[in-house]
Design a protein around this ligand. Sequence first.
Ligand SMILES: NC(=O)c1ccc[n+]([C@@H]2O[C@H](COP(=O)([O-])OP(=O)(O)OC[C@H]3O[C@@H](n4cnc5c(N)ncnc54)[C@H](O)[C@@H]3O)[C@@H](O)[C@H]2O)c1
Length: 259
Amino acid sequence: MELRNKTIVVTGGASGIGAAMCERFAREGARGVVVADLDGPGARGVAERIGGLGLDCDVTDEQALRDVVAKTEARFGPVDLLCSNAGIFLGDGPEGMATSLSNEGWQRIWNVNVMAHIYGARAVLPSMIARGQGYLLQTASAAGLLNQIGDAAYSTTKHAAIGFAESLAITHGDQGIKVSVLCPQGVATPMLAGLEDSPQAGDGLLQPAEVADAVVEGLSDERFLILPHPQVRTYMERKVADYDRWLGGMRKLRRRFLA
Ligand SMILES: NC(=O)c1ccc[n+]([C@@H]2O[C@H](COP(=O)([O-])OP(=O)(O)OC[C@H]3O[C@@H](n4cnc5c(N)ncnc54)[C@H](O)[C@@H]3O)[C@@H](O)[C@H]2O)c1
């Protein structure tokens, strides 16, 4: 997809990867970039910088996402690209069990990291299908292809997000709908503040602008899997080639970081 003259919505656009995408999309000549975030002032701040529209939106509220789409259509026309990017991170905590996080925590992260993708797609798909075109970019994580040590809920929800993105691509590809899933390892954003020396930082942190560059390239190629850290492909291949060996390697890494 060429981004020039396109109408784009970015959830979680007030900060980090989302803000970098908004800035880059504006530079690519988008017709309108809508920055939607729980952090309304932050969303409006980014929007002001790029001449877009900043909106308050809690992506776990389906009606709020529908309202964002309606306001976008009224201002800029039908949504060409929805970047469902808002996400949260909750770890296992000091108890260190894969089951440690409370049920409330599991539900909260499920609502943001999974259900919001479904609500977003539901809000734009009918119009996209009617027009025979449209693009959905889902921000997941390398944690959804591999795993993130010490973060069972994050890993689980990111796997689910990738499964949903696959279903979107399989079900709606023949209707002209394009889908990409963005799967970075560590990126230097507020989400990773204080975790620079943890397994989450993996092979080193990318800057959000570098991730936005990878997104624009992936969208231009209309590639399903966007991997800003290219080594993730090798790790995936190793996982698929020998799951037990891969799990052994992950346990070794866990001992190194969390012992
Ligand atoms: N930072 C990383 O290392 C990394 C790696 C892989 C994937 N990701 C994913 O990238 C996405 C963006 O993360 P980031 O690193 O830029 O984090 P960030 O914390 O800088 O930005 C996340 C944004 O999402 C917003 N948000 C959170 N809950 C929301 C809700 N309910 N409704 C609307 N907005 C909400 C926040 O206000 C914030 O502006 C997330 O989905 C995250 O899981 C991040």
